[in-house]
Every structure is written in C-alpha cells, then in structure tokens.
Design a binder for this molecule. Structure first.
Ligand SMILES: O=C(O)CCC(=O)C(=O)O
Length: 324
C-alpha cells in the first residue's frame, strides 16, 4: 500500500512573471541584474512585519554577533529556521522556480537567507566584497535574490556592483558591516573601496521600489553606502539558492552553521539545513521544520565556540570573539 503523507506540503507559488531572455543574458554578461516587479505587495507586507518581529526578538547570531544596533544596523542569517514567513518565502514562494531559471540545475536547494537593515540615518556601510569567501562551500551554482522592503536609491544604501566582476579570479577578504575580526581572519586582501574610488571600475546600481529584486552570483563584487535618508528605513533581504555543483567545504573564518546538517566535506548541499526546493521539496528534509521553529542546536553552537577558542577568538584569546 502506498504510504500516505501526514503533512500538507504547500505548493510553490507561481511567479508574478518569469525572467525574460534579455534579463537572463544581462545576468550572464554583467553578473547582476535588477528584475522589476518580481514580488507582489502582499509578500512584501508580510516580510515587513516579519523582519520587525525578528529584530524585536533578537537572536544568537543577530543581536549576539551581527548587529550594530547603536548605529541603526541589524543583520541575521538562517532566520527561516525559526520564523514561518521566512521559511515560506525560502521554500514555497516563486523564488525556487526563478533560481532554476538562473542556475538551470537539475536540483535547486535553499542555501540560506540573510537580512540587512539600515535604519533611517544609519551611517553603516556594507564594505565591498564577494560573497563566496564568506561561505563554507565550494562550487559556482549559487544565486542571490536581494529584496528591498522599502524604496531605495542607488545613492543611498542601494546595493552596487562592479560590472562583470563575476569573471574575476581574484578573491577578497570577507568583511562584514561590523568588521568582524573572525570573518576577516584570512590571507585574502581587502577589496578596494569601489564606491569611493568610482573611476576604478564600471559600476552598476539601481533605484528600486519594493517588489523589484536584484539577482547576482557568488563572485560579483558589491557593496552599499549608509542610509542617508532621515525618514526612511532600508530593510533588505537576501535569499540564496544553490545548484548541483555546490558542496560543503568547511574552512576557518567562514559563516558559522549553528544547526546540525549531517554533511561531510565534499557532500552536495542538501538535508535539513539546505533542503531541496526544486523540482520539488523532499518531505523528510523539511518535516521537522514544518512541525515548528528550530532554534540553533546547542551541539553545533558548542562546536563553533570550541573552534573560536582553538583559533584564538575564544574567551581569554587575544582576538575578539564574534560573540561578544
Ligand atoms: O544589503 C547590503 O548592504 C549587503 C547585501 C549583501 O552583501 C549580500 O546580500 O550579499
């Protein structure tokens, strides 16, 4: 007898539109595009409420390590594990289908999401960087969707890119908005400040309305200014997806994974921390998450703290921990 599923798995939402041929070729050519009107206003409204709830609650990595709250900056990662609106946008929205249009991979997995909030008047800049040095993975099939929940101008905290830098061999240091010394602990050089030295390379950027989405890959160099508006927050989300060639490759000074994932080095990203989302979700990978929020695992957190200590960042170490 066929085994009946006990859970109702939501069906992926239809995109408001698919990406056009022009957009897909501009993505290949330039390494980043702005796709207008990709998300509907209901989704944006839900995410505005969700992000304020998440900031209000605080979290191990957000309030504990990534925020610069006194300067009007808030960030966090893997919120989808604990907040249902983030989960639904990650797993059941139109994004997986759009990711497949970009990556054209046999399977698409949700990698993780991140938010970057710059409150009105926040001077916090996002230093120029590439994303791949931040991550304990290797492979090229990764795409990020950068979603703004507020109107944003290119001149004031809109994300900018070095055109065609997705082809560069050079890799730069992973520098976070709070200049986290743990993430910077590598031999890579810092990226030039392409935003200040605007003649160095051709830059791309857009004024954006909520619903417009930036789409870019793991190597393109990007950064943003502080939020010069004194009346409008700049709340942005980045949802990232991976394809078949992306494997777990743990390295020092990469983003901590505070949930157990069961992967060995070289394994393709998959399982409960990086669930498949295309062509369909796999019930066993998301079952626990459908049952309720999953806070960080004490075991994974403990292992990361041990790693910090062993590399000199722990309590008593000479370098400051990312967990203050
Ligand atoms: O929003 C920002 O300022 C930074 C975004 C970013 O670097 C990213 O999504 O990779």
């Amino acid at each position: 007898m066929e085994k009946q599923s006990k859970r109702e798995i939501p069906q992926p939402a239809e995109p408001t539109r698919m990406l056009s041929e022009e957009e897909l070729s501009a993505y290949q050519e330039d390494g980043a595009i702005c796709a207008r009107g990709l998300l509907d206003s209901e989704t944006i409204d839900h995410m505005r409420t969700a992000i304020e709830e998440v900031i209000g609650q605080g979290s191990v990595l957000g309030a504990g390590a990534l925020d610069l709250a006194e300067k009007g900056f808030h960030g966090d990662i893997f919120v989808w594990k604990e907040h249902d609106r983030f989960r639904d946008l990650a797993l059941f929205s139109s994004l997986p289908r759009l990711a497949n249009q970009i990556l054209n991979s046999r399977r698409i997995n949700f990698f993780y999401e991140q938010f970057f909030v710059k409150r009105a008047g926040s001077p916090v800049e996002t230093p120029w960087h590439q994303d791949i040095p931040f991550w304990p993975v290797s492979g090229s099939e990764i795409v990020s969707f950068w979603i703004t929940l507020d109107p944003v101008s290119r001149a004031s905290s809109g994300l900018e890119f070095v055109r065609a830098s997705h082809r560069w061999e050079q890799r730069y240091q992973a520098i976070t908005p709070n200049f986290d010394p743990y993430m910077m602990d590598s031999d890579l050089p810092p990226a030039p400040d392409f935003g200040k030295e605007r003649d160095l390379e051709p830059l791309l950027g857009w004024d954006m309305e909520p619903g417009d989405v930036l789409i870019f890959g793991p190597v393109v160099c990007h950064g943003s200014e502080g939020n010069a508006s004194n009346s409008r927050d700049r709340r942005a989300l980045a949802f990232r997806y991976s394809g078949d060639d992306v494997v777990f490759a743990p390295r020092h000074a990469t983003m901590p994974l505070l949930w157990e994932h069961g992967l060995e080095p070289g394994d393709r990203l998959s399982g409960p921390l990086f669930p498949q989302v295309w062509p369909e979700v796999i019930e066993s990978e998301i079952a626990e998450r459908l049952d309720g929020p999953e806070p960080p695992s004490p075991k994974a957190l403990g292992e990361f703290m041990e790693h910090l200590k062993a590399t000199g960042f722990g309590p008593g170490g000479e370098k400051r921990s990312i967990f203050n």
